[in-house]
Design a protein around this ligand. Sequence first.
Ligand SMILES: *Cc1c(COP(=O)(O)O)cnc(C)c1O
Length: 394
Amino acid sequence: MEKQPFQLQTKLLHNTQKVDPITGAVSVPLNRTSTYHQFDFDNYGKYDYSRSGNPTRDSLEQVIAELDGGYKGFAFASGMAAISTALMILSKGDHLLISEDVYGGTYRFVTKVLPRFGVDHTFVDMTQLENVAANIQDNTKVIYIETPSNPLMKIADIQGIAKLAKENDCLTFVDNTFMTPILQKPLELGADVVLYSATKFISGHSDCIAGLAVAGNKELAEQIYFLQNTIGAVLGPDDSWLVLRGLKTLYVRMAQSSRSAQQIAEFLSNHPAVKEVYYPGLNNHPGWAVHRAQSHGPGAVLSFSLTDEQAVRSFTQHAEITVFSVSLGAVESILSYPAKMSHAAMPKEEREKRGITDGLLRLSVGLENPDDIIKDFEAALHAAGRSSEIEIGG
Ligand SMILES: *Cc1c(COP(=O)(O)O)cnc(C)c1O
């Protein structure tokens, strides 16, 4: 009887990098070296220089490719390094179709850097396939999706968009940072390239900045490798090692944090001081069914809105457990304020047009006991409600 392939939970530990073939070490050896002695100038060894290849980085690249079911993985110095390097496959005259409430740094790269190289773009609401179809141009080369999107958790149909892309000779890129391969596997849904800020859930401990890309086929892998080696924004061996360590617990962290996020989302949606909750695990979320069909869970990030900036100020001053900062996907819960943090690069009109108001907060749920967070939020919401009443009253 043929053995079934391992499930992802098992693959995080039992993959090709499980044991070092030379020493038997069960933790991938840290290879801190910039260059490699060549024993024979007619026959170079596998490695020559660490920008071009490093065994520790290779191990990470191999593991992420296995997890995503891709042809080859690439590790970069940050999520933005992965995203901008991958987007450099575009050339002058090409057009990029991109989710409208995309990550702020990606927005900056697409609006401020790519146009200088003659690469044009259109932002679209990708929740409707017709919208995507209507905005594909003759020169569209890449359709770039973030789903759930940041910070409004809008859902795009990856399979539907990838099909449209293929029919129009475009590539589909997916920023899968919020989901990780544990919850969503874009390549299986027809995407061509998957991108990650590994700073977030994949490494998971708020202790390094890293990015990953996975190419779905050989041709794309060759293009991305060429750009990775040329631009040189590679991940160092120490950080590659940290990301590899973080990956081992990814499944349990995602499972626990997602369960807590569901509980917190339900609490918030029943609270009178909360105007709206954006979480694809709530069955009144407009993308609930599409998300459910294409993923294994709603994940650990949710957003919610209070009345205004004053209420946000009061809430954040009173919430004691959460770290108040940019970033997400860590063992500790992180509360952030998109208008002034992740989306500060976006002009106010653009932000508001996209629904990223001054009352919006984003929560990335960590590994605390969710009951403690709910109690803490209950008190903070009470204070926020009082501060708004005082404003209205006087
Ligand atoms: C953080 C983030 C990025 C950027 O990653 P860095 O590691 O900070 O460069 C890109 N996309 C999403 C969805 C993110 O959350």
